[in-house]
Design a protein around this ligand. Sequence first.
Ligand SMILES: C[S@@+](CC[C@H](N)C(=O)[O-])C[C@H]1O[C@@H](n2cnc3c(N)ncnc32)[C@H](O)[C@@H]1O
Length: 197
Amino acid sequence: MIRFVVIGHRATTSGDFKLDDITGGAGRLDVLIRCINSSFFLSHDIRRDVELYLVLQGPPFAPKTIRLVGSELRYLNPDERSTAALIRNALMQKVESEINSTPGIYVSNRSYRDVLSLLSKEGKLIYLNEDGDDIVEFDFPDDPVFVLSDDRDLTEEEEEMLLKYEPDAISLGPISYHADHCITIVNNMLDRTYRLH
Ligand SMILES: C[S@@+](CC[C@H](N)C(=O)[O-])C[C@H]1O[C@@H](n2cnc3c(N)ncnc32)[C@H](O)[C@@H]1O
């Protein structure tokens, strides 16, 4: 399984937002929705070997984590508005432990710390960072878990939390890319190496 974790530093944790306002009132939810597209969409298919964790840290009910499972996803379309509606639906659920909102979409009260702890047991954590080792030379481990940030870098505290797991730090090059573009590049690298094995 290939996993991506994206932190939405100010992404809303309430379903009470307007679909016309995902870039503003919903705390740059648009950035995370584009990460959904990059994680799963192929031209005529869905990547079934990918799982995406979106860690929402905005008001009013932070933290919340939306987990999307490629092998189970239904009703996902490439337009941002309909995906925002699926996320809104997930955020409207009353959550104690993780629950299934729509096919392939789960919501929980997990924090970034919880997600790192959980996924460190499932695979190798990989910190996507401009200063890391070049991805071109990287030998992907089994079950890689790529951790990246939204349109802001990880805070010092978030970085410290991640570094405790001694992740590999991998760079896609010296230029800073949008989070969704990073996922596309990583998926492409995986297509040409890891997924061939
Ligand atoms: C838009 S960037 C974050 C903010 C950006 N560093 C800035 O200058 O404001 C989103 C995330 O993508 C990842 N990222 C961006 N460019 C990268 C690169 N060249 N190599 C590895 N990761 C990258 C990092 O995890 C980063 O936190």
